[in-house]
Design a protein around this ligand. Structure first.
Ligand code: PGA
Length: 252
């Protein structure tokens, strides 16, 4: 059984104080015996306060990106050892906004994924096609390339922590969501491409989240599909009530 995971991607929102205040409200809204995992991805400056605020709860904290090296002359970057030092357990890799605005490529995704595994950070690797690629019938090719390059050279014996997120770029922040059929088809493809690289046992146990305009009212229909194992939520995760509703409505 793959345990559902709900990830809140706060992007460039929330100061440390605002992050703490979210967590204080959210932790009391989570059903006490929830079977799902909840992970929050605050901005870098809010990581220490967030780690402190979730202490004693089952909520985990991750970073929205990282460099793959431990240290170096890379102005503005944050290393995996720095994330571990402040108590992060997870990291997002290759979010489409990182690919679009900060030149991340499948190759840097691969370097970051290897580094996350080497540092025992749980990686959530984001993949997904642009609208023009879907309309040109290239979704499967795009996903295959993204998954196979991300996983290149990864030893299957180290790969069990990897989580994927299918985020069709046309659905992120647009209010447009994939239909359950589109999501299930894409998740099945991604699982097949994981199997091609890592083998079918790992493909069966790897969690694949759906992301792209997930809201409390569509979370149940998108996340309770056979191959969907939770959600990566942007806009609707900024409010504790809305994110808690998503976790509640979509833990199946
Ligand atoms: P959204 O963002 O839920 O606001 O569409 C999802 C994401 O970017 O991970």
């Amino acid at each position: 059984m793959r345990q559902h995971l709900f990830a809140a991607n706060w992007k460039m929102y929330k100061t440390p104080e605002e992050s703490t205040s979210f967590i204080q409200t959210f932790k009391d809204l989570l059903p006490p015996a929830t079977k799902a995992e909840a992970v929050l991805f605050p901005s870098t400056t809010s990581l220490p306060a967030s780690v402190q605020a979730v202490s004693g709860t089952s909520i985990a904290i991750g970073a929205q990106t990282m460099h793959w090296l431990d240290a170096g002359a890379y102005t503005g970057e944050t290393s995996p050892t720095m994330l571990l030092a402040v108590g992060c357990t997870h990291v997002l890799i290759g979010h489409s906004e990182r690919r679009q605005y900060f030149n991340e490529t499948d190759t840097t995704v691969n370097l970051k994924l290897k580094s996350a595994l080497a540092h025992s950070l749980i990686p959530i690797v984001c993949v997904g096609e642009h609208l023009a690629e879907r309309e040109a019938g290239r979704t499967s090719n795009v996903l295959e390339l993204q998954v196979s390059i991300a996983l290149e050279g990864i030893d299957p014996s180290t790969a069990s922590p990897i989580v994927f997120a299918y985020e069709p770029v046309w659905a992120i922040g647009t209010g447009r969501t994939a239909t359950p059929e589109i999501a299930e088809d894409a998740h099945k493809l991604i699982r097949r491409f994981i199997a091609d690289t890592l083998g079918s046992d790992l493909a069966h146990t790897t969690r694949i989240l759906y992301g792209g305009s997930v809201k409390p009212d569509n979370a149940g229909s998108l996340c309770c599909l056979e191959d969907v194992d939770g959600a990566l939520v942007g806009g609707a995760s900024l409010d504790p009530n809305s994110f808690a509703d998503i976790v509640r409505n979509a833990t199946c």
